[in-house]
Design a protein around this ligand. Structure first.
Ligand code: LAN
Length: 750
C-alpha cells in the first residue's frame, strides 16, 4: 500500500497538534517503530475529500489513473498535511494586509458547495464504538481505513504511559485505554507491538477493563469481551413512562436520550457477538486475571479514579441495585420487555428516517446501525444505509484517520466566516464577493424547510426554518446555529446587496423556531428548551461527563439568539415585534444574572471563560450596555485585562472547563486572543494599547502564506471532553482585526 515517503507527521504528533501545554511526542523505541511505520501507511497522494451538498466523505484512490482523473485539491493537501505550494505573500504590516493574507489562504479551502470543512476531532471514545460496530456487524473495513485509523490512534497514544484519555489532551484513563487498545487489536495491531505492550501495561496498572465506565463496559459486552452482568442497567422500559413523569427520557438532553435509546435496545437484547479467536484472546489481554475467574457482576460499579469525573450518586446506585436484583429477575415479564423493545425500536426508526440515517451524532450513529442489524438483519436497507453514513464521520489528516464529533462543522463555520468578512468591511470587495456568494448559496441549501413528521411522537423540537450545526440532513435545530446562520444571511442579503436567495418567509420561519426555544429563565439552551429538572443529574450514569442530563442556559446560545433578533428587527420591524422585544429583554436579564463575581461568564462549548465572556459582552452591547455606562461591562473588561499575557495575547487552559476557575495555558493562543479582543471591543473598551498589543501578537503568528498554525484545542462539551475547531484560527483573528480597524484605524502594527 505504501509507495511513497511517510507523511510528515505520522511520526510524532508534536508539531501538528501544536499543543504547547501537553506535547504529544512519540518516544517509543525508535528502531521498532520506524520499521513498523514504514510498512503501514497509505500514500497520502491518494486521498480525496468529496463534498456533496456539505456531506463530507474521504476516498482513497489506489491507482495513478484514478488519481489523475480526480486530482488532489489544495484543500485536500492542506488537510492531509501535504505541501499546498501556496505562495508567500507580502508580509503584513497593517491589519488590513493581515486580513487579506488570511483570507487569501482560507478562501482556497472553500469547497465547491460553498462551505468550509475541517477535522472535528478531540474525543477519543468515538472510533472504538464505530470499529466495534463494524466488527460485530461484519462490515468490511477498507484496508486504507484500518491502516490510517491505527496510525491515528498510535499518534495520539500518550507517550509517557502508552494509554489514551477521554480526549487528545487528557491524561490516560481506562475508558480511553481499554477501548482504543481493543480497537487497534480489531484492526490488526499486534499484541507484541511495543506500543501495545505499553498500553496493556497501563491498562493493567489501572486494574484492567473491569474498572472502565459504563459506556466502556457496554461496548466491550457487545464485542463479547465483557459480560453484561458488569453493565449497569439501561432499561428500555423507561420509554414507556408517561410523559408527565419527571424522569421520562424525553426530558433529557437530546444527546443523552438519543444514546440511551439504542443502548437500551441493545442492553435489553443482551446482544454479544459470537466469539472468535481474536475476541477470545482479547478476553485474556484486557484484564488482570483470567476471564473465567472474574466475577463480572461484582464489577458493575468498579471504576478507576482516572475515569470517575462524575461519580454516581447513592440514589442512582440504589436504583441500579433495585433494577438488577428485583426488577429484572422478578418483575420484568416478557410482554413488558417486548413492548419496551418495540417502542424503543420505533423511536430508533424515526431518528433514522428524520436524519436519512445520518443520525444526531457519532455515538448514536453506530449504535443505531447495530440496532438495525439486530432487528432488520445484516443485509437490510437500514443496515446498508447506515454503513454508508458511517463515512460521514470519518476524517483523514496527517496523523491518520479519526472520527469527527459530528458529521462536520459546515454550517457553523460557514456562518461565522461570512460574519467575519462582513465585520472586516469586506463584503462588498469584489475580491471576496464570489466566495461569499458561494457561502450564501450553501446556507440557502442547508436551511431546514420542514418539521419532522410526527414531531410530537418522537419528541422533536420544531425545526422549520432552522439550521443545524453541520448539515441539513442531520436536521437538528440548534438555537445558536440557526441564529448565526440567520445573521450571516441577513448581513449579506440585507446589508450588502447580495441576491435574495432566502425569502422573507423563510427568515420568518427561522425566527418562529427560535421563539419556541427560550427557557423560563430567559436563557437559551442548545437544541431544545430545558425539559427536565437539574435534579436529573442525580441519574447521570456515564461517570465520565458532567452536566449531561438536561439542557441548561448558555450565554453563548443566548447571545446568538439575542443578536439575531436585533439584526432581524432592523430589517423586519413589524414581525412579531412585541414577542421578540420581550424575549430579548428576558434573555439579556439572564445574561446579566449569569455573570460571575470576577466579571466573567462560564463557557460550555469553547474554552472557556474567554469564550463565553466574548458572547455575553456582545449581548450587552446589543442593548447599549458598554464600558462607559455599565459596571458589569467594566468588571468583565477588568477580568479580561487581568489575564492578558506579557506578549499581548491571551491563553486559557482547558482545565478551566473542568475546574470552573480560570486557568491560564503556558503559551498565549491566537484564537483566545482574538476572542478577548472581540470581547473588549464589543464592550467599547476605550484604550487602544492592550488591543494593539494583542493584534500584534496575532499578526506575528501569521505565516508567510497567510495561514495560522494549529495551537491548543479550542472547544469543549460536557465539561470534561475537548474538541477541535481548527477553522477558528482563521475566522476569529479576521473578525478581531476587522473590528480593530473600524475602531482605531488601519495603523501600522508590525
Ligand atoms: C456540539 C458542537 C456544536 C455545539 C455549539 C453549536 C458550538 C454550541 O453552541 C451548542 C451545542 C453544540 C451543538 C454541540 C453539542 C454537543 C456535541 C454535539 C458538540 C460539542 C459536538 C460533539 C458533542 C456530542 C455530544 C458528542 C458525542 C458525545 C456524547 C456524550 C453523546
Amino acid at each position: 500500500m505504501a509507495d511513497s515517503k511517510p507523511p510528515a507527521t505520522v511520526e510524532p504528533a508534536s508539531e501538528t497538534n501544536g499543543n504547547q501545554d501537553f506535547v504529544v511526542v512519540n518516544e517509543s523505541p525508535a528502531d521498532n517503530l520506524a520499521s513498523f511505520l514504514a510498512s503501514e501507511i497509505t500514500d497520502y497522494r491518494g486521498w480525496r475529500l468529496r463534498d456533496e451538498r456539505g456531506r463530507n466523505t474521504w476516498h482513497y484512490l489506489e491507482t495513478e489513473e484514478q488519481r489523475k482523473e480526480w486530482p488532489q485539491t489544495i484543500s485536500d493537501k492542506y488537510f492531509l498535511g501535504l505541501d499546498t505550494d501556496l505562495p508567500a505573500l507580502e508580509p503584513a504590516k497593517k491589519p488590513t494586509q493581515s486580513i487579506n493574507n488570511g483570507l487569501s489562504f482560507f478562501s482556497k479551502l472553500q469547497l465547491p458547495p460553498g462551505n468550509w470543512a475541517c477535522e472535528y476531532g478531540g474525543p477519543l471514545f468515538l472510533l472504538p464504538g464505530l470499529v466495534i460496530t463494524w466488527y460485530v456487524t461484519g462490515t468490511p473495513i477498507p484496508a486504507s481505513h484500518s491502516t490510517e485509523i491505527k496510525n491515528y490512534l498510535f499518534a495520539r497514544q500518550n507517550p509517557e504511559d502508552g494509554g489514551w484519555g477521554l480526549h487528545i489532551e487528557a491524561e490516560s484513563s481506562v475508558f480511553g485505554t481499554a477501548m482504543n487498545y481493543v480497537t487497534l487489536r480489531l484492526l490488526g495491531a499486534d499484541e507484541d507491538d511495543p506500543r501495545m505492550i505499553m498500553a496493556r501495561a497501563t491498562l493493567h496498572r489501572f486494574g484492567g477493563a473491569v474498572n472502565g465506565p459504563h459506556w466502556a463496559k457496554f461496548w466491550l459486552s457487545v464485542l463479547g469481551v465483557c459480560e453484561w452482568d458488569a453493565v449497569n442497567p439501561v432499561p428500555p422500559e423507561l420509554w414507556l413512562l408517561p410523559d408527565w413523569t419527571p424522569i421520562a427520557p424525553w426530558r433529557w438532553w437530546i444527546h443523552m436520550r438519543q444514546v440511551f435509546l439504542p443502548m437500551s435496545f441493545v442492553y435489553s437484547k443482551k446482544f454479544s457477538a459470537p466469539l472468535d479467536p481474536l475476541t477470545r484472546q482479547l478476553r485474556e489481554e484486557i484484564y488482570t486475571q483470567s476471564y473465567s475467574s472474574i466475577n463480572f457482576a461484582s464489577h458493575r460499579n468498579s471504576i478507576s479514579e482516572h475515569d470517575n469525573f462524575h461519580p454516581k450518586t447513592w440514589i442512582l446506585n440504589t436504583i441500579n441495585w433495585g433494577l438488577v436484583n428485583i426488577w429484572n429477575p422478578l418483575i420484568r415479564v416478557k410482554s413488558l420487555v417486548k413492548k419496551a423493545e418495540d417502542w424503543a425500536y420505533e423511536l430508533i426508526k424515526m431518528e433514522d428516517e428524520n436524519t436519512d440515517y445520518a443520525n444526531l451524532g457519532p455515538v448514536n450513529g453506530p449504535m443505531n446501525l447495530l440496532c438495525c442489524y439486530i432487528h432488520d438483519g445484516p443485509d437490510s436497507y437500514s443496515v446498508r444505509r447506515h454503513r454508508e453514513r458511517m463515512h460521514d464521520f470519518l476524517w483523514v489528516k496527517n496523523e491518520g484517520m479519526l472520527m469527527n464529533g459530528t458529521n462536520g462543522v459546515q454550517t457553523w463555520d460557514t456562518s461565522f466566516l461570512i460574519q467575519a468578512v462582513v465585520d472586516a468591511g469586506l463584503a462588498k470587495d469584489p475580491k471576496w464577493k464570489p466566495m461569499l456568494e458561494k457561502a450564501l448559496e450553501f446556507l440557502e441549501d442547508q436551511q431546514i424547510r420542514e418539521n419532522c413528521p410526527k414531531q410530537d411522537v418522537c419528541y422533536r423540537q420544531r425545526r422549520k426554518g432552522a439550521w443545524a450545526f453541520s448539515t441539513r440532513d442531520q436536521g437538528y435545530t440548534v438555537s445558536d446555529c440557526t441564529s448565526e446562520a440567520l445573521k450571516a444571511v441577513l448581513m449579506l442579503q440585507k446589508a450588502n446587496g447580495y441576491p435574495q436567495l432566502i425569502s422573507e418567509q423563510r427568515m420568518k420561519d427561522a425566527i418562529d423556531t427560535l421563539l419556541t426555544m427560550q427557557n423560563a429563565s430567559g436563557g437559551f439552551s442548545s437544541y431544545e428548551p430545558t425539559r427536565g429538572s437539574e435534579y436529573l443529574e442525580y441519574l447521570n450514569a456515564a461517570e465520565v461527563f458532567g452536566r449531561i442530563m438536561v439542557e441548561y442556559d448558555y450565554p453563548e446560545c443566548t447571545t446568538a439568539v439575542v443578536t439575531a433578533f436585533s439584526i432581524f428587527t432592523n430589517y423586519y420591524p413589524d414581525y412579531r415585534r412585541n414577542e421578540i422585544e420581550k424575549s430579548k429583554e428576558r434573555a439579556v436579564k439572564y445574561i446579566r444574572r449569569a455573570q460571575r463575581k470576577d466579571g466573567s461568564w462560564y463557557g460550555s462549548w469553547g474554552i472557556c471563560f474567554t469564550y463565553a465572556t466574548m458572547f455575553a459582552l456582545e449581548s450587552l452591547a446589543s442593548v447599549g450596555e458598554n464600558f462607559m455606562n455599565s459596571e458589569k461591562v467594566r468588571n468583565a473588561c477588568g477580568f479580561l485585562l487581568l489575564n492578558q499575557m506579557d506578549d499581548g495575547g491571551w491563553g486559557e487552559s482547558y482545565k478551566s472547563c473542568e475546574t470552573g476557575s480560570y486557568i491560564p495555558s503556558i503559551r498565549s493562543q491566537v484564537v483566545q486572543t482574538a476572542w478577548a479582543c472581540i470581547a473588549l471591543m464589543e464592550a467599547g473598551f476605550p484604550e487602544r494599547e492592550p488591543l494593539e498589543r494583542a493584534i500584534r501578537m496575532i499578526m506575528s503568528r501569521q505565516q508567510s502564506n497567510g495561514e495560522w498554525l494549529q495551537e491548543n484545542i479550542e472547544g469543549v462539551f460536557n465539561k470534561s471532553c475537548m474538541i477541535s475547531y481548527p477553522n477558528y484560527k482563521f475566522i476569529f483573528p479576521i473578525k478581531a482585526m476587522g473590528m480593530f480597524i473600524e475602531r482605531f484605524g488601519d495603523i501600522e502594527i508590525l
